[in-house]
Unconditional design. Structure first.
Length: 450
């Protein structure tokens, strides 16, 4: 089973991997500014907003934990749209894509091209969910991932994982007082387990306290990096119990601003201070970016359509890539525990991205899991096998879990290529407005080669 691939391949100067660089014809250049917007484009934006909200409401009506919109940052209408099913929403979304494609090119400096890419991703994703629900064969992985996210997945060089493990992870372990007997994966994993047992947080309130202590600390450093006051960013950290891969997860919308803490038995024993300090800059970054978008919409510098961000979809590249690497991008003065947690998280996400790719190409899960174990020292081989099974079975995991590793890897390379004032400019501009991977690469090109 395959899915239609709407996006033609392209190229660019900032390209880490030719097979990974992918241009979506809907999202060539431009920033989604709103002031002086053409009335035709503004009307189309309003209709897309209404249909996205109606579809999101339809999902929630069926299952209160289901949703399409990860962030809904735009002003709410007095009358909420009547919920609609995917069968009702799909032809509307396709019609909107056709309207955008027929829109005058001069209007493509606005949000509409990114909106088309988002709608493409929604249709590809929910088409696949419906096929799988009917018992039909799942779509070919690379084609589905590209249709949803706007770029091809690829294998990250194993040499990069090994260098990160030996040159960074072990150094960070030593910095927190744990010295593996050797560089062997077994000795490193033992040191990680010893650290975890000594620094584990056993109650949700302890996790929340540690989270907020460091979220405030690192946000003040982000504010310095971007040169603006970020004290207006407010949210809470309620508890959830869900049997899923995520431990912390943000939501921004009419129901409020939350970073959920997952205390399901699958994760409740996994929180130590390094993990929580890592999440304190990862999730707080998500909330800062979302609220910067919201502020820009409220000041009419950004089309309200830009604030309806679906998950999965093309926005995840910037949101996850930035969150995984923000401490390095912004030059935070982090604690040794934060550096340990960030490196462990990064390694595990890159490893899982590679593992999904290999399993989807036919490699057996036990062998792949054994090869990933050195880069996931917090997990047993059996746990890695279970994660790979889940990530190659569930439609959402197939198209979302690899994003952390792929985007994190590319943002890390970008961070090490952009320095000084150019890095400050990149951070400030990439956080201003939603951007796809292609637009992030174009922004890096503009800054690097200007």
């Amino acid at each position: 089973m395959t899915v239609e691939r709407r996006m033609p391949p392209g190229a660019g100067r900032f390209s880490l991997n030719d097979s990974g660089r992918f241009t979506n014809s809907h999202i060539e250049g431009g920033q989604p500014r709103r002031k002086d917007q053409d009335p035709t484009a503004e009307n189309l934006s309003k209709r897309i907003i209404a249909d996205l909200r109606a579809f999101d409401a339809g999902l929630k009506k069926r299952d209160r934990d289901d949703f399409c919109l990860d962030m809904d940052l735009s002003p709410q209408d007095e009358n909420s749209p009547a919920p609609i099913s995917y069968q009702e929403a799909r032809p509307r979304f396709i019609a909107h894509i056709a309207e955008i494609e027929a829109t005058a090119p001069e209007l493509h400096s606005g949000v509409l091209p990114l909106a088309a890419a988002r709608l493409d991703g929604i249709v590809a994703y929910y088409d696949e969910k419906e096929r799988v629900a009917k018992g039909e064969p799942k779509a070919e992985y690379k084609t589905l991932f590209a249709a949803v996210n706007g770029y091809d997945p690829y294998l990250i060089p194993e040499a990069h994982l090994e260098d990160t493990r030996k040159e960074e992870l072990i150094d960070h372990l030593k910095a927190v007082g744990y010295h593996p007997a050797s560089e062997s994966p077994e000795h490193v994993a033992r040191a990680i387990r010893d650290y975890h047992e000594a620094h584990r947080l056993v109650a949700p309130k302890d996790v929340q306290e540690e989270y907020w202590r460091f979220a405030r600390r690192y946000r003040s450093q982000l504010a310095q990096a971007v040169g603006r006051d970020l004290s207006f960013v407010n949210y809470d950290t309620p508890i959830k119990y869900q049997d899923t891969f995520w431990r912390m997860y943000e939501r921004l919308g009419p129901e409020g601003a939350h970073v959920w803490l997952n205390w399901h038995k699958r994760h409740s024993n996994s929180y130590d201070i390094s993990v929580v300090q890592m999440y304190s800059n990862h999730e707080d970054f998500h909330m800062v970016v979302g609220m910067l978008y919201k502020a820009a919409i409220e000041s009419q510098d950004l089309d309200p359509l830009a604030g309806l961000i679906p998950i999965p979809g093309p926005d995840s590249y910037a949101l996850e890539g930035g969150a995984v690497t923000i401490s390095e991008l912004a030059g935070y003065n982090t604690t040794p525990d934060t550096r340990l947690g960030t490196t462990l998280y990064y390694l595990s996400k890159v490893a899982i991205a590679n593992g999904i790719y290999l399993v989807e190409q036919g490699e057996p899960i036990p062998g792949v899991a054994a090869n990933l174990a050195p880069y996931m020292p917090s997990n047993t081989v059996e746990e890695i096998e279970a994660s790979l099974t889940e990530a190659t079975t569930h439609t959402f995991d197939r198209v979302y879990q690899p994003v952390y590793g792929l985007a994190g890897y590319e943002f890390l390379q970008l961070s090490r290529n952009v320095t000084g004032s150019k890095k400050v400019e990149f951070i400030r501009r990439f956080m201003e407005v939603p951007r796809s991977r292609h637009q992030i690469h174009d922004l890096a090109d503009d800054i690097l080669f200007s």
